[in-house]
Structure formats: C-alpha cells, structure tokens
Write a protein that binds this ligand. Sequence first.
Ligand code: MTE
Length: 319
Amino acid sequence: MLIKKAPDIAASAITPKPWYLHRREFLQSTGLVAAAAVAGVLDTDDAAATPVGEPLTITKKLVTTTDALTPRQAITTYCNFYEYGADKSDPARNAAAFKPRPWSVSVEGHCAKPGVYTLEDVLKPHALEERVYRLRCVEGWSMVIPWVGFPLGDLLARFQPNGNATFVEFTTVERPREMAGQRQRFPTLLPWPYKEGLRMDEAMHPLTIIAVGLYGETLLNQNGAPLRLVVPWKYGFKSIKSIVRIRFVDKQPLNTWQEQVPNWYGFYANVNPAVDQVEWSQATERRIGEFLRRKTLMFNGYGDQVASMYAGMNLRRNY
Ligand code: MTE
C-alpha cells in the first residue's frame, strides 16, 4: 500500500504503516499462514530462551472464563508494542535493553493529589490479584491471560479526582534509545508517545486493572513493564503499556490510534462483533494456539458487568 509522504498532506490523509500492518495481520489471521506463524511462537526452543520475571505474591483470584489459558510462551513472544517495532516478534526481540526500574508516574490534572509518584509509591498499598481475562485484538486474534494486578479505580481514588475529572488520559514512556520502534516516527510508525483514554466510569470499573505481572511473575518488558492497563471488554489497543503519566481531564482525550486512523479506531473501542472494521468483519476471532475461528462475544463476554455503562449510546457510532 502506498505511503504518501508530501509535507502538505494532512496526517489523517496518510496511510500509516501500522494501518496496513494491522490489515496484514488480519488477513494472515484468516488463513493457514497464521496457523504456521502462531505455531512458530509456540516453538519450544524459543520457550527456553524467553526470560522470566520476578515472582509476585498474589492474595486473590478472579477467573472470568473457563477457556484454557494461552501459554506464557505465546503471550510473551506474540506482542503488539510498536515502541519496539511493528511485527509481533519485535517486542520480545528488541525489549531487552529497556530498564523498567527506577520508574515514576506523573499524576496531573483535576485531582487533589497531583505529583510524581515512584513505582514503589504507586504499588505499595495494593494487594495483588490474579485476573484471568480474555484479550481480544482488533486484528482478529485473542488470548486468555492470567494477569496479576489490582483495580485501577483503587489507584485513581488515592489521587482524589474532582468533579471536573470526566476522563483519564494515560501516556506511555518515551525512550527512543531503549525502544527501537520510537526511533521511527509517523508515517513509518506511530507518533510518540503512545496515548490512551478512558471515561471516568470505565476507569473506575472494578474489571479495569493496572497489571504488573502475568503467570505469577512481573511483566516482561514486551508486555508493558513495569505497569500497564488491562480493560477486558475493549479491543487490546486500549490496554496501554509502560505508563508514565496519568492525567485527569474534562474533555474526551484522543488516543493514538484514533488520531491516526479515525475511521478505523473510535474512542470507546468496545469489542462489538456487529460493527465491522472498515476493511474486515469483527464477528469472529482466532484464539492463539487454535486453528478454527470462534464467534466474538459482545463486550468480549463481559456485557453483564459493563453494558449498563453504555445504555442509551449508539454503539455503532461510538465504536
Ligand atoms: N501500548 C503501547 N504503549 N504501544 C502499543 O503498541 N499496543 C496495543 C496495547 N498496548 C500497544 C500498547 C495493542 S494493539 C494490543 S493488542 C495490546 O497492547 C497487546 O498487549 P500484549 O502484547 O501484551 O498482548
């Protein structure tokens, strides 16, 4: 696909590489090519080479599906993290140089307790839980992941957001020296830093978590170390990784994908099998490690818990 680079072309009119890469992933995920590629990520030689995280102490467990867990090897080697490159295998290959400690998170905007908090400050009061959630990517694949984390709402409440805080914006770290993908900018890759946003009620919803680990260990760099969002009823791209800034705002923020390709990626990005991507259907998905496609569930199967937040909204328009 052609990438127009003339300086007088509006960013929104350019076909960015990530766009056609997503398209390519979708096309692959419909056929045998994908089965072979995914078999590749489960290769046992790679398993031996995958680094491990630090063990975490878990106090509670919430399992939201009876579906089998996706192997750790696949979760840690088949990743979307464009800061390390656009191919699924890039993050596992390129993330070793990244240093997730020391780390701090800047809390800004409409709240009583803004400030720069160290990772230790952020994590200390929170007991860690295992949350087994489905993750559904907009490209048409899915996984079942035993995340370790705690409710985002518990963290946000500590900063005492005020009545003007109607949305929360999250920003990923920007470190081009350690993140090879950040040395390429839009339209080759994305504009950095990567940003995401949630409406306040979505952020405070008990299913929304800050994840600090998976499979009982701290997150590897390629999965968003040291802390990331997981919002199980939304397409995977809402689950922003390696967060350094949380900002309480009074207007709906633009997320990175929506900014780049607005007709493809809405703000809400709730998993909705009835609304097609511009170029492909979202009705089915292929679970990583499986061959046949399965039906995608509305809100990724979490509708009984989250649908009421969208009552009265047009979910075709607010995709
Ligand atoms: N966060 C950042 N900072 N950069 C990214 O490229 N990709 C998103 C999301 N969070 C992304 C990100 C997408 S498209 C998906 S599907 C999920 O991360 C994938 O998370 P995983 O690789 O841990 O499975």
